[in-house]
Design a protein around this ligand. Structure first.
Ligand code: DNO
Length: 391
């Protein structure tokens, strides 16, 4: 597999020479300064591409070219936004960048409740706590009807938490769930927004009346509109699975399991309509057998995120060591190396090592933690390749 790394552009403190030194071959990045919905000009794409190539690397994958909310819920300006998306894709195609990762999750991309869950060895991982998440939904957002989405056991735990939780912890939950994890990925909410909770509620309102079927129709429409340009330039679209793979905040989610993925791939049955196989996201759903899904979707997989999780009975999960957990990454490498050895892979999230702290890295995107995981997976890939050559 091609070893790639998510790099956040010229402002990233992790520099391209640092990445070459650790064996990275390809870069995964985006024009992070361009607001969601606006056109990526050929000039800005070529400028960043040249910067990457001058460092002896290549721009392998775009992550992400964000899909505006209005395209997802089918708003009045969706035609204009899809037209803009097509122009951006055309410019990427002209620049020779052929893989585009995106997602179709309404309002909120990935969800965590704790960005520094301490482990015994002194490092920290990202964590999702089902009770704290439900607390945020029912007691901080005060979303109408939220209680009916949770079991009586969870509701009791929320009541108990309400008696002990501090104002600082509440502020931290807001910051983690809807600000820190979202802003840097061209999300809907940014670090300096004054009232993120209010903004978030307004965003949720946009989806009133939109169920899974409506969202699927809108995704199908979007894909059908962009396929011609993808065919012209041989651009592979790779949809990122829902993280975690289930509905949150009463929102429809449609890329959570094998059945969902099957529906999307067959709705627009074109090889350019493909998948980002994010083992971490998929592994956080107990319904998902990750290696089985990899076997099933390998031919439509155009990009791989290597990450794993441990899931607890109440649905809480922690990001696991890359060689452990439900992601079964060793098995995945076997499947992908055998069937499509040139697939780009990147390490997704890494632990926060003590020396990564206070460096201002985006949550999950530490240097030492990801480098450590890359070294682990590099060893696995070399071993698997060696085994395959001997067969
Ligand atoms: C989080 C990432 C996601 C991913 C997008 C792709 O760390 O995996 O934000 O980049 O969902 O559109």
């Amino acid at each position: 597999m091609e070893k790639t790394w998510r790099w956040f552009g010229k402002k990233d403190q992790i520099t391209l020479p640092m990445l070459r030194q650790i064996g990275v071959e390809g870069i995964v990045t985006a024009l992070h300064d361009i607001p969601n919905g606006e056109i990526w000009t050929l000039e800005s794409i070529l400028d960043l591409k040249k910067h990457i190539e001058d460092a002896g690397l290549k721009w392998s994958v775009v992550e992400s070219l964000p899909v505006s909310e209005s395209i997802k819920y089918g708003g009045d300006d969706r035609e204009r936004l899809i037209d803009n998306y097509i122009v951006s894709l055309t410019n990427l195609g002209k620049a020779g960048i052929k893989a585009v990762c995106y997602n179709f999750m309404p309002v909120i991309d990935w969800v965590r409740t704790d960005l520094e869950h301490h482990r015994d060895d002194g490092t920290a991982s990202l964590y999702f706590d089902s009770v704290r998440f439900a607390y945020f939904d029912c007691r901080i957002l005060n979303r109408e009807g939220a209680e009916k989405d949770y079991s009586s056991e969870v509701l009791e735990k929320i009541d108990a938490l309400d008696k002990t939780i501090t104002e600082t912890e509440k502020a931290q939950l807001i910051d983690t769930i809807i600000v820190k994890t979202q802003g840097f990925i061209n999300g809907n909410i940014y670090e300096d927004d004054k009232n993120p909770v209010l903004l978030f509620k307004r965003l949720l309102d946009l989806y009133k009346g939109i169920d899974q079927n409506a969202l699927r129709d809108n995704m199908k429409y979007f894909l059908s509109r962009i396929m011609p340009v993808c065919e012209d330039f041989n651009i592979k679209m790779c949809v990122h699975p829902d993280d975690p793979p289930r509905s949150v905040f009463g929102l429809p989610r449609i890329v959570s399991d094998a059945e969902d993925i099957e529906l999307i791939l067959s709705a627009v049955d074109n090889p350019h309509n493909g998948l980002t196989f994010c083992a971490g996201s998929l592994s956080a759903g107990l319904q998902n057998d990750v290696p089985e899904m990899a076997e099933k979707f390998v031919s439509r997989t155009h990009f791989v995120h290597l990450r794993s999780t441990e899931v607890f009975p109440d649905g809480s999960f922690v990001e696991a060591d890359h060689l452990k957990g439900r992601g079964e990454l060793i098995e995945l490498v076997r499947i992908f190396e055998k069937n499509n050895p040139s697939l780009p892979m990147r390490i997704d999230h890494g632990r926060l090592m003590p020396d990564d702290k206070d460096k201002g890295y985006n949550p999950g995107y530490s240097f030492l933690g990801r480098m450590y995981a890359l070294a682990q997976m590099d060893g696995v890939m070399a071993t698997v390749k060696n085994e395959l050559e001997k067969q």
